[in-house]
Structure formats: structure tokens, C-alpha cells
Design a protein around this ligand. Structure first.
Ligand SMILES: [Zn+2]
Length: 183
């Protein structure tokens, strides 16, 4: 589990509460702005103030919405990190899986990493690589222990993959998963 679900959930709840609060401010600012624009109750003289209030009150709303957007679909990273088979994930690989540019992938990963949404991995911003490790109570487990070699059911090639994960067979492209077959 590389996504810190507890941390993500707390952030989602916090965003929900903050959106109620600052969304309320913003709604009030919109109302005040409209009242000054249409000169309801002789408020026209306050148009400068109401415009400033409108802009300022939108700033927290903008950041909350951005946070919500970045947090959406964070769970999908788990399967991407599980598909890794050498302990290191480059931004080029991740970008392909996400269907975005490596720059965009690095930006999103960096944000999520800084916000504590990931665990059992480190992200090196300068090299743009994610180092995956299964940290246990006694320290970092040996990488070799966290991998298994499976035989591809369609072509018979050996596929190295992360325990509990899956990866595409290099020879035929079949997606091999590390799960016990149900008989
Ligand atoms: Zn194969």
C-alpha cells in the first residue's frame, strides 16, 4: 500500500469543511458584488471594496478546489507503484501510465509526496525518480524479498513482478498478476 489512505481521507474531509466555510464567504462576496453593481440599497459607492472582497474571497476557494482535483484518483498510483519491478520508477514510466507528460507527472507526484499522501517510498525531485521500498518495523526489507518471478500463462516467459502486483509480459504483452489462481 503506497498511498497513505488515512492522510488522503483527512485531507478530503478538511477540504470539504474548508470549502463549506470559504465557499460561504465567496457566495456572500458574489451577492455583495451584485448588490453594488445593480445599486441595490444605494450600495454603488462600495463597488471597489466589493470587487476586492470578491477577488480575495476566491483565493482560498481556488486552492481548495485545486487540492480536491489533485487528490482525485490518487488511489490509482497504488497499482502503478506495484507494477514496478526494480525498486525505481522514473517519471517517463509513470507519465506513460498516467497518460500525461513527464513534467506534469513529476509536478503531481511532487505535490502529493509533499502533502504526505504516499508512504513506503521516496521521491527525488531533482532526478524525477521514485524509489519504492517496503519499510517494515525492523527497517527496509531486502528488495529481492518483495519480488516474485511468474511464468507468463500465454507464452511461458519469465516475468519479474512485485509481490501482490502485476506487470506486462515483455515477450507477448500479457498482463501477469501475482495472485493465486482459483481452481
Ligand atoms: Zn508472455
Amino acid at each position: 500500500m503506497y498511498v497513505n489512505n488515512a492522510a488522503v481521507m483527512i485531507k478530503r474531509i478538511r477540504n470539504l469543511i474548508l470549502l463549506r466555510l470559504f465557499g460561504g464567504f465567496f457566495a456572500f462576496a458574489v451577492l455583495l458584488f451584485l448588490m453594488t453593481v445593480f445599486d441595490i440599497q444605494g450600495l454603488r459607492y462600495g463597488i471597489g471594496y466589493s470587487t476586492a472582497f470578491l477577488i480575495i474571497s476566491f483565493i482560498p476557494v481556488f486552492f481548495i478546489l485545486r487540492s480536491r482535483k489533485k487528490l482525485s484518483g490518487v488511489e490509482k498510483y497504488d497499482s502503478f507503484f506495484k507494477a514496478d519491478h526494480d525498486g525505481v520508477i522514473t517519471m517517463d514510466t509513470l507519465a506513460k501510465m498516467l497518460g500525461v507528460t513527464p513534467e506534469k507527472a513529476a509536478k503531481d507526484v511532487d505535490w502529493l509526496y509533499r502533502k504526505g499522501c504516499f508512504q513506503q517510498l521516496t521521491f527525488d525531485r531533482s532526478t524525477g525518480t521514485i524509489t519504492v521500498s517496503d519499510k517494515t518495523k525492523t527497517g527496509f526489507r531486502n528488495y529481492e524479498e518483495t519480488f516474485v518471478v511468474k511464468v507468463c500463462p500465454t507464452c511461458g516467459a519469465r516475468v519479474r513482478l512485485r509481490k501482490g502486483g502485476g506487470d506486462r509480459c515483455a515477450s507477448c504483452g500479457y498482463y501477469v498478476k501475482d495472485i493465486e489462481e482459483v481452481r
